[in-house]
Design a protein around this ligand. Structure first.
Ligand SMILES: C[S@@+](CC[C@H](N)C(=O)[O-])C[C@H]1O[C@@H](n2cnc3c(N)ncnc32)[C@H](O)[C@@H]1O
Length: 267
């Protein structure tokens, strides 16, 4: 069971407090901010029937719903059941065994696959399946991590470079038509330092989950060290802000937290 300190529970019950704390947590979470911004930029370009493969608790529904006629979320039954997201109000419309997506060929105009490809032991098979259910002129929005800590263990198998993604897409009869790099050296360093401060020092994972974050992890049973929070939280804010500024001043294209690819059929 998630261990949220009583003080935090009481605070979250105050009207507006949860939203404000969630905003602060999202600012600190550089990875979240970059994915959120990247998807908001892409959303106006999609349409029709959308399938979110590995949707978790559908955190991107509000971004894409205004642009599509239907939003269906599907999850790997066993992998999903082990995550904190499974205990939340919103969730997948369908569960499957991770092998064959239960849809006919060329059924969807848009596919979302966000931070999922690292969690399946056979990512090429998942890409092949997504290519099969994507219409000929459809768009796959694919995001996969490059530098990211171990998570959702033991179901964390791979990290991806743009070149690896291109080869895998080609094997599935797909091609990358656009690529976004999420952050550079300073975001990578900042995100790793903040993960250490937040999760190892202050042990705020259960608090993050109570705010609707870290849904992909198993429910945290660890007690937060709230006494560390007055020092750790401001430090994390400074690290996040500094990383964003340094990424602009001193960019390094050889580092990124993740890559987001827009993918279409190649033949
Ligand atoms: C890191 S979470 C990402 C969830 C969501 N896309 C997001 O960005 O918040 C990875 C998700 O992939 C799901 N997953 C793992 N293997 C899968 C597969 N073969 N097909 C669909 N989903 C899968 C897991 O259950 C988990 O919910």
């Amino acid at each position: 069971m998630r261990q949220v300190p009583q003080l935090i529970d009481a605070l979250l019950a105050v009207p507006g407090a949860k939203k404000t704390l969630r905003r602060a947590a999202d600012f600190i979470d550089i990875q979240w901010t970059l994915i959120d911004q990247g998807l908001k930029a892409v959303a106006p370009r999609v349409g029709g029937k959308l399938l979110d493969v590995g949707c978790g608790n559908k955190p991107y529904l509000h971004i894409f719903a205004p642009h599509v006629s239907e939003y269906i979320g599907i999850e790997h039954e066993a992998a999903y059941a082990a995550t904190d997201a499974a205990s939340r109000e919103t969730g997948p419309d369908l569960l499957y065994d991770g092998r064959r997506l239960p849809f006919p060929d060329a059924h969807f105009d848009t596919l979302l696959n966000i931070q999922v490809l690292e969690h399946t032991p056979d990512p090429q098979a998942l890409l092949d399946e997504m290519a099969r259910v994507l219409k000929r002129d459809g768009l796959l929005v694919l995001c996969a991590p490059f530098c990211f800590r171990l998570h959702e263990e033991p179901h964390d198998y791979f990290r991806y470079t743009p070149h690896g993604l291109a080869v895998m897409c080609e094997r599935a009869g797909l091609e990358i038509v656009e690529l976004q790099a999420h952050g550079g050296l300073w975001s990578v360093l900042g995100h790793k330092l903040n993960s250490y401060l937040g999760m190892k020092v202050a042990r705020l994972d259960a608090v993050g989950q109570a705010l609707g974050k870290l849904g992909h992890e198993a429910q945290s049973g660890r007690r937060a060290r709230l006494w560390a929070a007055p020092v750790v939280l401001p430090a994390m804010g400074v690290v996040s802000a500094g990383a964003r500024v340094l990424d602009r001043l001193l960019p390094d294209e050889t580092e990124a937290l993740s890559f987001l690819a827009l993918v279409r059929h190649s033949r």
